[in-house]
Design a protein around this ligand. Structure first.
Ligand code: KG4
Ligand code: ZN
Length: 347
């Protein structure tokens, strides 16, 4: 029997989870509301909130799991990538706990953990599988041959899919984080109404910065064109009236384009590799349009599709726990000299 206590603090969620033999017993997530008023995550405020949250969050996770701290067999934590101050709070806490309890320490890569969130619930994907990982900072197609062999075969060359959602929302005057609000408005909208360009990027890579610019011009042209004009048609007031009158259709059309950019590349990777087990992961995999579209593609192309439960899509410690469990089985432990890292390549 192996009980893993996991800690995630890479961005603006403080989370702790407990897993026993690969089964998640608890997954507690404290969100930080403070960033909303600034329109984005303020790193220093995130670090301070993590410091306030970490002890009670770990406490709740242990209590929810019905587990005493002495029963824990190893402590897993997010080592990278993320905001350095935020990562430091979780990593120093995990290291201190490991030393105090004399238990092994497991360092986890946040992006690998997003992928392995697909191994939490049944049915689990068989290997090999492809995973489209879409979060606020990353957009990747990952080829997974085992929990220990994950290879990035495509990624964004500029903005991440989550950033595309959040920046589009900002242009529409919606508060941060805008992704869930675009999703909500899109559910009442007509996705065929407005056409946004699809970038031509080679291979399995993605680009979203052109879409952001097209949306900017589209609004300044009051919906008549996505192209730059020396004299834009709309005044600030007219632009706002256009947004107010058409918000659901604009959101649905933007969301449809982001999804088609993602899924066209995923389809190409599936065709080229012949892999039919297809997963999604990361915060944007909470998007209702993407969840529906991947299921439809699965039916159309004979794929076995896997979509994590909502609580395992956005940042959470359960995914750190499951990744920690696989590392535990292989004895992949870190020593106390391990340090947090804002950026880290995959081994
Ligand atoms: O994985 P995540 O929680 O944090 C990072 O590791 O970045 O992803 C956060 C991103 C944000 O950009 C947020 O707007 C987006 O996921 N997101 C969504 C939805 N829920 C979260 N985007 C579109 N639709 C949603 N329902
Ligand atoms: Zn994440």
């Amino acid at each position: 029997m192996a009980i893993i206590l996991a800690i995630e603090s890479s961005c603006d969620e403080t989370s702790a989870a407990v897993c026993r033999d690969g089964n998640i017993l608890s997954n507690y997530i404290a969100n930080q509301q403070i960033h909303e008023q600034y329109g984005g995550v303020v790193p220093e405020l995130a670090s301070r909130a993590h410091m306030q949250n970490i002890v009670p969050v770990v406490d709740v996770a242990l209590r929810d799991a019905g587990c005493a701290i002495q029963e824990v067999d190893a402590i897993a934590f997010t080592q990278s990538p993320g905001l350095i101050g935020a990562l430091l709070v979780g990593s120093q806490f995990a290291k201190s706990l490991a030393q105090a309890l004399n238990k092994p320490l497991i360092a986890v890569h946040h992006m690998q953990a997003h992928v392995l969130a697909n191994l939490i619930d049944d049915p689990k994907p068989a290997f090999p599988f492809l995973c489209l990982t879409v979060s606020g900072g990353h957009t990747q197609i990952v080829l997974c041959e085992s929990p220990y062999s994950l290879k990035v075969i495509g990624e964004t060359i500029d903005d991440a899919a989550g950033e595309a959602f959040d920046k589009s929302a900002k242009l529409l005057g919606l508060p941060y984080p805008g992704g869930p609000l675009i999703d909500k408005n899109a559910q009442q909208g007509n996705a065929e109404r407005f056409k946004f360009p699809e970038p031509q990027v080679p291979g399995y890579n993605f680009s979203f910065s052109g879409l952001k610019t097209a949306i900017l011009y589209f609004l300044q042209n009051a919906g008549t064109s996505t192209i730059y004009k020396d004299e834009f048609m709309a005044t600030e007031h007219e632009k706002q009236v256009f947004i107010d009158q058409n918000l659901p259709d604009i959101c649905a059309s933007i969301q449809q384009r982001i999804i088609s950019i993602l899924l066209n590349k995923l389809k190409k990777a599936a065709d080229d590799t012949g892999i039919k087990n297809i997963c999604i992961a990361g915060g944007v995999s909470a998007n209702s349009g993407l969840r529906k579209a991947i299921k439809q593609m699965g039916e159309q192309f004979g794929w076995n599709t896997f979509v994590p439960a909502f609580q395992y899509c956005t940042d959470n410690a359960a995914m750190i726990a499951i990744t920690g469990y696989y590392k535990y089985l292989k004895g992949e432990f870190a020593d106390l000299s391990v340090t947090a890292s804002a950026r880290a390549e995959w081994e």
